[in-house]
Design a protein around this ligand. Structure first.
Ligand SMILES: C[S@@+](CC[C@H](N)C(=O)[O-])C[C@H]1O[C@@H](n2cnc3c(N)ncnc32)[C@H](O)[C@@H]1O
Length: 254
C-alpha cells in the first residue's frame, strides 16, 4: 500500500531524527508570538516539533495537520512532556475552526506540499477567514529553479535509532519536472527491531517549487497587505539562489 499521507513510521523516524526546532526557528517565530492577539495557529504542525516547544515556552497555540498518524504521534510526545495540545486533523486548504487567531504560520517549507493552484487560492482564503484583523501570516516554501541536482531517479538514504531502540531506514526516489516545477518523490520507511525487519511503509510525497511573485499576487488578490519576501527564518531579503524563501503578510486591522 502507498500511503496518501505521512505514515506512522514517517512520524516515528522524523521525530527521532529531528525532535526540536532548528537553530533560529523559534526565535524567528517569537516576535510574531509576542505580537499575537489571542491564540496562535500552526498549520501542518506534524508531530509537534515546533508546536510542543512553543507550548513549553508558555504560548497558547493550536495545531492542525492532514495526517492522523502524525497527530497521534504528536499526542504521544505531548503526553511524555505533560502537555495537552489542541489538535485538529484537517487539510490546511480546508481549514475549518470556530476561532480566529492573531498569528497563523506554516513552517519548514511545508507550503510546497500544496500542488494545485485551486488549493493555493483555497488555503489563502481559509487563512484570511481564520485570521484576526491585524494578524500576521508568514510561511516558507521552496523556490525554483531548485539548487539541488535531481538526477532521475536520485537515490538518497538515511537511518536513525528511535528512543525505543528500533532502527528506521528512510530512502527517497525523486525526480523534478522543470515544466511543472513539481518534484515527484517516493519515500520509503523500513522498521527493524532487534535486527529483524518488521515492516515497510511507502508514501508519495510530491512537492512544488514556486515563483514567489505568483504567491504574492495571490495574497494581494485575497486582500492581504504588507506582503514581503524574505530569506529562510529571516526578514532580510533572500540570498541569490536561495533554495527556500519566506513570505510574510498581514490582514488589515479594522
Ligand atoms: C515536513 S512535515 C513538517 C511538520 C512541521 N511543520 C515541522 O516543521 O516539523 C509536513 C507535514 O505537513 C502535513 N501536510 C501535508 N500536506 C498537508 C495539507 N495539505 N494540509 C495539512 N497538513 C499537511 C504532513 O502530514 C506533515 O505532518
Amino acid at each position: 500500500m502507498i500511503y496518501s499521507h505521512y505514515s506512522a513510521l514517517m512520524a516515528k523516524s522524523m521525530s527521532a531524527n529531528r525532535p526540536l526546532p532548528d537553530e533560529g526557528e523559534y526565535e524567528y517565530l517569537l516576535k510574531h508570538l509576542q505580537e499575537c492577539e489571542g491564540r496562535a495557529l500552526e498549520l501542518a504542525c506534524g508531530y509537534g516539533r515546533l508546536l510542543l516547544y512553543i507550548m513549553e515556552q508558555g504560548w497558547p497555540i493550536v495545531g492542525t495537520d492532514a495526517s492522523p498518524e502524525m497527530m497521534a504521534h504528536c499526542q504521544t510526545l505531548a503526553k511524555e512532556k505533560n502537555l495537552v495540545p489542541e489538535l485538529h486533523c484537517q487539510f490546511m486548504q480546508r481549514l475549518e475552526l470556530d476561532e480566529t487567531f492573531g498569528f497563523i504560520f506554516i513552517s519548514d517549507g511545508t507550503f510546497s506540499l500544496i500542488i494545485e493552484d485551486q488549493d493555493i487560492h483555497d488555503l489563502f482564503q481559509r487563512v484570511w477567514e481564520h485570521l484576526k484583523p491585524g494578524g500576521s501570516f508568514p510561511f516558507d516554501f521552496f523556490t525554483y529553479p531548485p539548487t539541488m541536482e535531481f538526477n532521475t531517479p536520485l537515490k538518497r538514504g538515511d537511518w536513525v535509532t528511535a528512543p525505543d531502540g528500533s532502527i528506521l531506514v528512510t530512502r527517497k526516489l525523486e525526480r523534478y519536472d522543470p515544466e511543472t516545477h513539481i518534484r515527484d518523490c517516493l519515500q520509503m520507511h523500513d522498521l527493524y527491531v532487534d535486527g529483524k525487519f518488521v515492516e515497510s511503509q511507502a508514501y508519495e510525497d510530491p512537492m512544488r517549487y514556486y515563483d514567489p511573485t505568483v504567491l504574492m499576487d495571490y495574497l494581494a488578490g485575497q486582500g492581504f497587505i504588507d506582503i514581503s519576501l524574505g530569506g529562510f527564518l529571516t526578514d532580510a531579503p533572500p540570498e541569490e539562489n536561495a533554495a527556500i524563501v519566506s513570505i510574510r503578510c498581514k490582514k488589515p486591522a479594522e
